[in-house]
Design a binder for this molecule. Structure first.
Ligand code: 13P
Length: 286
């Protein structure tokens, strides 16, 4: 099963209560390594790109990489645009072929966020794509988007009205989660996930995955977090793997770029595969 609609991946995960790793990639090597992990683990996967990555690589080149790397792939995969407050980037990615987008209007008043999300959902539907929505910004800055201030949480009623009015396919509530590295084990409001899912059965996106415990993942996935976002862990693995390899290269005075790429690819692949096994999506490809 090659590139499929994001909703198809998430509906199955939500029904069977496993989590799909939604991993932010930063370049060609990390994109290929995440896809290779999905093939190795027979796992569905969502590859995410931040707006920063879209702009730094360029939309056309980034999508060409995705198209070539997923041509003939035998596991279900989807391409998702992570936290995007910019309507033009949303439009461009949807037209190009991204399978879903997170329209991040959490900085706007909820009514305005809702109004614009309705428009984004209509835009996505026109090209067979899906939309993730949020009404509170997730704490922490993710590739230049967001704030370190914890946002005020909206009421359950407001969240449900947003989900019903906009028709979003995935919802990302703030539950005490944060992007980046946690200074201490996060205190998560798991009940909020259950409250939303019981009232409105919709796949929930769990942001700020890096640093959560095994028990937290298991509990939240069982409650309906079908999409589990990982970004910081990939960045750290990618950078540290490069650093470690380059330190060795310096000691050996040996400078062979393909050997560096091979080492970093192996580390990113292993990290991604670990998450797929941990979230229960390994072996779930159809
Ligand atoms: P982390 O950076 O904490 O892994 O969070 C990723 C995320 O939620 C991307 O939207």
């Amino acid at each position: 099963m090659p590139v499929v609609p994001t909703r198809e991946i998430l509906d199955r995960a939500f029904a069977e209560r496993y989590g799909v790793a939604a991993i932010n990639v930063v370049n060609d090597l990390s994109m290929e390594a995440v896809l290779a992990a999905a093939v190795q683990e027979r796992a569905p996967v969502i590859v995410q790109t931040s707006v920063k990555t879209v702009k730094s690589i360029g939309l056309d080149l980034l999508f060409a990489m995705w198209r070539e790397m997923t041509a003939g792939i035998e596991v279900p995969v989807a391409l998702h645009l992570d936290h995007c407050p910019e309507r033009q980037v949303i439009t461009d990615c949807l037209r190009k072929g991204w399978n879903s987008v997170l329209f991040d209007a959490s900085a706007l008043p909820v009514e305005e966020n809702q109004r614009q999300t309705v428009e984004v959902v209509a835009e996505a539907r026109a090209v067979g794509a899906h939309v993730e929505g949020e009404i509170e910004s997730i704490t922490g800055v993710e590739d230049g988007v967001g704030s370190d201030e914890e946002a005020e949480r909206q009421s359950l009623e407001t969240a449900l009205t947003f989900i019903r009015t906009t028709g979003v396919d995935v919802f990302a509530p703030a539950i005490g989660n944060a992007h980046g590295r946690y200074k201490a084990e996060p205190k998560l409001d798991a009940q909020r996930v259950t409250d939303i899912v019981e009232a409105e059965p919709i796949p929930i996106a769990l942001h700020g995955g890096t640093g959560m415990t095994d028990a937290q993942f298991a509990d939240l996935i069982a409650r309906g977090c079908a999409k589990v976002n990982i970004s910081t862990a990939l960045k750290v693995t990618f950078m540290q793997s490069n650093l470690e390899y380059l330190r060795g290269a310096e000691r050996r005075d040996s400078w062979d770029p393909p050997s560096l790429f091979k080492a970093v690819r192996a580390d990113v692949l292993e990290m991604s595969a670990d998450f797929m096994r941990q979230f229960g999506s390994a072996g779930k490809a159809w």
